[in-house]
Design a binder for this molecule. Structure first.
Ligand code: NYM
Length: 215
């Protein structure tokens, strides 16, 4: 890692199966970082507010049918359309806390088990974005998340599919990932999240270089 002079924000990503509590933990982490004087914002992927995001939303709501390779590219494009703003914010010292990112893109598409949409292929079409400084991998059994409110409303919210996506996440883990047991209380999970995140935010501010996806 090379050392930069200007302090930058950290790229912190929450990943995991549907309904495991990522959104709640993202909000709590941003609140906590701000209370510590860290400039932090939360984003979600997919970003359903753009025109590409609207197409993704219709697909997830099962209001449209799209080819699997095409919808994969829509998710990728939905991140690429935020690339410049993402890099600008990070360079300006803002820490970004993301509710899903490219790792979900790879895991959910690869979980479909289609030979032409392998993990390797999915990685290969998404190399222009920065890598997360930290991936908080929230883990829970597919059966436990299925018991939670609202489950089953969207495409992919089926136990068998979730198991495959969870396996794909495991295959993506590297030294930048921290595994968080998502079955505890909101407060217990938050404490675990804070403990692993704060040192990473400090390293980014101290000049640790931003990586590139899959490097
Ligand atoms: N999803 C999310 C993908 O299939 N590919 C992606 O690149 C991303 C970011 O969309 N089932 C899937 C995972 C979820 C759904 O749900 C988004 P939520 O609850 O908004 O995170």
């Amino acid at each position: 890692d090379t050392v930069r002079k200007v302090p930058r924000g950290a790229l912190i990503v929450f990943e995991g199966g549907d309904r495991c509590g990522k959104t709640t933990q993202c909000s709590k982490l941003v609140e906590r970082l701000r209370s510590q004087g860290v400039d932090a914002v939360m984003w979600r992927f997919p970003d359903r507010s753009t025109s590409i995001g609207a197409a993704i939303n219709a697909y997830l709501a099962e209001q449209s049918h799209l080819d699997d390779a095409v919808v994969h590219m829509l998710f990728v494009a939905n991140r690429l359309e935020k690339r410049e703003e993402m890099l600008r914010l990070l360079a300006g010292g803002t820490t970004l806390v993301l509710d899903r990112y490219s790792y979900s893109g790879v895991a959910y598409t690869a979980a479909k088990g289609l030979p032409h949409l392998s993990i390797e292929y999915c990685k290969s079409v998404e190399v222009l974005l920065p890598a997360a400084d930290l991936v908080l991998h929230m883990t829970m059994t597919a059966e436990a998340t299925a018991a939670r409110g609202g489950y089953g409303q969207e495409r992919y919210e089926k136990v068998e599919f979730q198991k495959k996506a969870m396996e794909a996440f495991e295959a993506l883990r590297d030294e930048r990932w921290a595994v968080i047991d998502a079955s505890g209380t909101i407060e217990d999970i938050h404490q675990q999240v804070v403990a692993v995140t704060e040192p990473v935010v400090r390293q980014a501010l101290a000049g640790r270089a931003l990586g590139r996806l899959w490097d």
